[in-house]
Write a protein that binds this ligand. Structure first.
Ligand SMILES: *Cc1c(COP(=O)(O)O)cnc(C)c1O
Length: 322
């Protein structure tokens, strides 16, 4: 993989300029109750309050902003059942280009509707018999669309890194930082910002316990593939890290941790009842892992990345009730 040109912190800085005035600068929130409970100072970067409800708008908008006039004219294609779909559809609308989103037939109706609501042309496929990557590539070839993958792309990674950049610029250096991990776009972008702005900060990626391919990859030194894991953290059901993301993660991240579904629900409950924050299960991975490290974090300054808030309210309530 020596042929990869990895994005750098300069790319994150350039991305921050591109998304300025389009993405929200999301708030950093603290909780005295939590700080007392854990004996440390925790700063939550609230990307559940980002446009379309997750940090993915940053990477999507950055990637699409870099299109040439020819690419803009033809438009973008993405495959995703979740937040990346909405991020690409919304970014494309704002930049005035067509977007085609390949989604599974059985994706939640609300997600398909949200993507269509942002102006995305949704094409559905059967997730048991068809290969979405192939469909995406075929559409790209046939119509001249540019394919933007959800995490393994330098412009996506650089865009995702802008949120951590904002966090460090607002609160200064930290001792530890906990970031949700799926395919690793968020973690690798956050790593670029962390190493530039708070070089001694311990940086942790956090995966669902049922799908710890990133942890296995980090520890074994090569990308491990797994079956789609069963977890309530639907934004982190990825089967493997990407080539760019793995390379950045293994250079810059201190460790990969996991959180169980039950721990995610407890974290969601705390955030909702004490902090008035609605966080989707995946969005709680960082918080859930930080809570388990109470002893090591005593007296420290700790960052927690809240990655998204897109969970329908009925599901939210049933998870908390269950
Ligand atoms: C996509 C997503 C993640 C994981 O991000 P990766 O870049 O795939 O690691 C985490 N949380 C939320 C809410 C997401 O939408």
């Amino acid at each position: 993989m020596n042929t990869l040109t990895l994005p750098t912190f300069e790319d994150v800085v350039a991305a921050a300029e591109r998304i300025k005035g389009h993405a929200h600068k999301t708030p950093v929130i603290t909780s005295r109750t939590l700080n007392e409970e854990l004996g440390c100072e925790v700063f939550f970067k609230c990307e559940n309050l980002q446009r379309m409800g997750a940090f993915k708008f940053r990477g999507g908008f950055n990637a699409l902003s870099k299109f040439t006039p020819e690419q803009r004219k033809a438009g973008v294609v993405a495959f995703s059942s979740g937040n990346h779909a909405q991020a690409i559809a919304l970014s494309a609308r704002l930049l005035g280009m067509p977007a085609t989103i390949v989604m599974p037939q059985d994706a939640p109706a609300a997600k398909i509707a949200a993507t269509r609501g942002y102006g995305g042309n949704v094409i559905t496929y059967d997730r048991y018999t068809e290969d979405r990557e192939q469909i995406g590539r075929d559409l790209a070839e046939k119509h001249g669309y540019t394919l933007i993958p959800p995490y393994d792309h330098p412009d996506v990674i650089a865009g995702q890194g802008t949120a951590a950049k904002e966090l460090f610029e607002e609160v200064g250096e930290l001792d530890a930082f906990f970031v949700p991990l799926g395919g690793g776009g968020l973690l690798s972008g956050s790593a670029l910002a962390t190493r530039a702005l708070s070089p001694n900060c311990k940086l942790y990626g956090v995966e669902p316990e049922a799908g710890n391919d990133g942890q296995q990859s980090f520890r074994s030194g090569s990308i491990v593939h797994i079956d789609t894991p069963k977890t309530i953290a639907d934004g982190a059901q990825t089967q493997h890290l990407g080539n760019y993301t793995f390379e950045l993660i293994r250079r810059h991240v201190d460790d990969i941790l996991t959180a169980s579904d039950a721990e995610l629900v407890e974290a969601m409950r705390f955030a909702a009842s004490r902090m008035k924050l609605v966080i989707e299960p995946t969005g709680c991975l960082g918080f859930a892992a930080a809570r388990k490290m109470k002893e090591q974090l005593k007296g420290k300054r700790v960052g927690v990345f809240v990655s998204g808030g897109n969970v329908d309210i009925e599901r939210f309530c049933s998870l908390l009730a269950g």
